[in-house]
Design a protein around this ligand. Sequence first.
Ligand SMILES: Cc1cc2nc3c(=O)[nH]c(=O)nc-3n(C[C@H](O)[C@H](O)[C@H](O)COP(=O)(O)OP(=O)(O)OC[C@H]3O[C@@H](n4cnc5c(N)ncnc54)[C@H](O)[C@@H]3O)c2cc1C
Length: 399
Amino acid sequence: MSGSREIAIVGAGIGGLALAAFLARDGHRVRVFDQFPEAKPIGSGLMLQQTGLAVLEQLGLRAEIDALGTRIARLWGLTVPSLRPVLDVRYTKWQPDLYGLGVQRGLVFEQLLGAASKAGVEMVLDSAVASANPADPSIQLENGDHVAGMDLIVFAHGARSSLTPDDRGVDLPYGALWATLPWPENGSFDKSALEQRYRAAHQMTGVMPSGRLAKNAPETLTYFWSIRADQEANWRAASLDQWKQDAIALWPETEQLMAQFQSHDDLTFARYRHHTSRHPVVGRGLVRLGDAWHAASPQLGQGANMALLDAWALSQAMRAEPRVEDALRHYLRLRRYHVQLYQIMTWLFTPVYQGDSRVLPWLRDWLAAPLSKIWPAPTLLAAMVSGSLGAPLKRLGLR
Ligand SMILES: Cc1cc2nc3c(=O)[nH]c(=O)nc-3n(C[C@H](O)[C@H](O)[C@H](O)COP(=O)(O)OP(=O)(O)OC[C@H]3O[C@@H](n4cnc5c(N)ncnc54)[C@H](O)[C@@H]3O)c2cc1C
């Protein structure tokens, strides 16, 4: 794309910050608007896949993040009470050097914020965006300010925002309680695996190694406990000790973690949402990216990685096409297929692990689990969790 453009990005999340850094490096004037008075990460641990890591590499951030995260070789889930394995995905079944990277969200966030600031991105905080005009690109802030004269507005506001008018999404019945805890030195958890335990699909808990925030910071894990959204209030009102007993009954080894929960507030609830925007591009100057385009439950651990791929794709499209409208069409061509594929797969997989059905977990345990051991299933499962199905990196010129 010739010349410098005026670009407003709504949302200082993973996708918004990565895009801001790429575009500012290419010489565009980039402003990032966020509703919060201070830029901060929301949530707990994250699993980065090779897709997201390839984009972080383009920003020069991969080596640092790789060094502080924990490499995960395997996703390993047992059904209770039989303790039969019903999830066993090994990354190396797809490629010998493949791994997932468990990280703290704050690490990725700080690195992206640093890259954006260094590239000259202007952060406009405490500035919730109320609406945007895609025809004559401009935005209206909730505080009454009007920001006009834009060439492009990017909605990177995540899964939950008032700025989702074409949303045909649904709040999923389940979400999870999350917490980051120090890695127990004498614990029985496997540092190279994301481990889960299930009772049918109505109870699920897991432990993900999530690395360090900084070189001298303590090593951590991310603990999660699946819970129906309509039960969150009851959980908060009930005794924490009663819940701890349920958690220990599902996975006795987590008893050593329970002592660290002194109050309900030590766990953060996140409700999951699934939506795919019908209009990722609107008019001649508005585009959606990351969860603002396609939100899903984190069951396959793809959302942050997809947001990073979107950011790279949009920056490449802006480089390739002289006109903004053409760049946006190019962006959709680069990303649409992969987005649709993973939205469908996540939609299908989520109720198998989180839901009230008795039939789906039964099929999972007695049909899918045995079949998943037979070639080519182990290879395909590894390709799926690494985000590689649909060859997104090849399409984007990444390795
Ligand atoms: C519990 C949980 C676990 C997850 N685990 C994983 C995982 O392991 N791997 C993975 O890849 N993904 C995971 N995800 C998904 C991942 O977090 C998201 O897909 C990713 O953060 C999306 O990035 P984003 O940039 O689109 O939006 P976000 O990171 O959500 O950022 C959106 C930003 O927009 C701002 N904003 C919203 N509305 C406005 C407004 N009107 N005006 C101004 N600013 C606004 C918000 O303040 C926020 O800063 C998980 C999600 C959850 C909830």
